[in-house]
Design a protein around this ligand. Structure first.
Ligand code: TXA
Ligand code: MG
Length: 333
């Protein structure tokens, strides 16, 4: 059975023992919970893919504490990356570099690059410092399902599959770290998050954004897979199509389907009393609440109708990226 323990002098030695024996431990970060294993141990890393049911060509991020010298595991760190690290780390920014090939090949699924993250969550720092090795960790959820922002979410997905969840409360950020390719002349956003493209641009002058086209070669392999999907049916409407969303709500309700509306930015007040999950008013609140709301939706309804909040750019880029993927399962499940 899976234990949930606070991060302290009792749970840390236990976590270290599990990791050193090739096992996996879930731990909190400021974005989402991670499922960590020893990045030097190929079998331990392979086991993570198995536990999650993760496609075996989707590489993992290694996590290190703030005093770890990343030059030990990656090379060719460009000047702009040094500047960004000074400004944003520890924090929700993952940087992809050329790998020194020292961590297990299973981490990067054969790529010659390595994604490195230094989380700011105090509990994550304690865990990583205690182990003092790079910890390979994807988000702690079953592959394609909604990511986890509380220990209980992790328990719901992974109970019986891992021995220990370190409980560090609710994740404040709520969506995964920004993944930034730092192997070229300028940084390129591979996955948007709370450190926005605009923030990177302001710091180092230029920043690209990689947009994956269906059927193309994914520069960040995770792009091509389904993600963040709740187990209920979903439909996503633009905010200008709110009337269509309400019509669908009424039609489905009449058929006896439990329906709820997921929305943000004040739209909750305009739904004429229909059942609603409110993401909140600011982009940061919407990011922080999104996964908990998607998990709530699958619990309470058969159909979740999302109305996309207004506003684009900044943190909304990350929020809309996750929401669009979460709703990709439109009527298929
Ligand atoms: O906030 C986060 O980043 C969380 C917490 C636990 O740290 N972790 C997380 O991991 O979201 P995961 O495995 O769910 O997503 C990792 C993403 C995937 O899209 C993967 O394709 C990309 O990072 N990635 C990992 N290594 C890469 C590499 N070498 N090159 C390009 N993309 C990479
Ligand atoms: Mg994930």
């Amino acid at each position: 059975m899976t234990k949930i323990l606070p991060i302290d002098g009792h749970s840390l030695p236990l976590a270290a023992k599990i990791i050193k024996n090739g096992g996996a431990v879930a731990f909190p970060t400021e974005t989402v919970y991670g499922l960590g294993a020893d990045a030097f141990n190929g079998e331990a890393v392979a086991n993570i893919f198995k536990i999650k049911g993760r496609p075996n060509d989707n590489p993992l991020i290694v996590h290190v504490h703030k005093d770890y010298d990343i030059n030990r595991i990656v090379k060719d760190i460009p000047g702009y990356a040094v500047k960004l690290a000074e400004k944003f780390l520890p924090g929700p920014l993952t940087m992809v570099y050329k790998s020194r090939g020292l961590v297990s090949d299973a981490v990067s699924c054969g790529l010659d690059t390595l994604a490195v993250r230094i989380p700011s969550h105090e509990g994550a720092q304690r865990f990583l410092k205690y182990l003092d090795i790079p910890i390979a960790a994807p988000s702690a959820n079953i592959s394609k399902h909604v990511s986890t922002t509380t220990a209980l979410h992790v328990y719901a997905d992974l109970n019986g599959k891992i021995p220990l969840i370190l409980d560090g409360g609710s994740c404040s950020g709520g969506i995964e770290s920004t993944v930034l390719d730092c192997t070229g002349d300028i940084p390129v956003v591979l996955r948007s998050g709370l450190i926005t493209r605009e923030m990177v641009e302001e710091t180092v002058g230029a920043c690209g954004e990689y947009v994956f086209k269906e059927g193309g070669v994914a520069r960040s392999p995770g792009m091509k897979y389904g993600h963040y999907m709740p187990k209920c049916r979903t439909a996503l409407f633009k905010s200008v199509d709110k009337d269509k969303a309400l019509k669908l709500y009424d039609e489905e309700s009449e058929k006896g389907v439990e329906v709820c509306i997921l929305c943000g930015g004040g739209a909750a007040k305009t739904l004429g009393g229909r059942k609603c999950l409110d993401l909140g008013d600011t982009p940061e609140a919407m990011a922080a609440n999104l996964y908990a709301m998607l998990r709530k939706a699958e619990e309470i309804c058969g159909l979740m109708i999302a109305i996309a909040p207004e506003g684009r750019g900044g943190v909304m880029t990350g929020v809309m990226n996750r929401l669009t993927k979460a709703c990709k399962s439109k009527y298929e499940r």
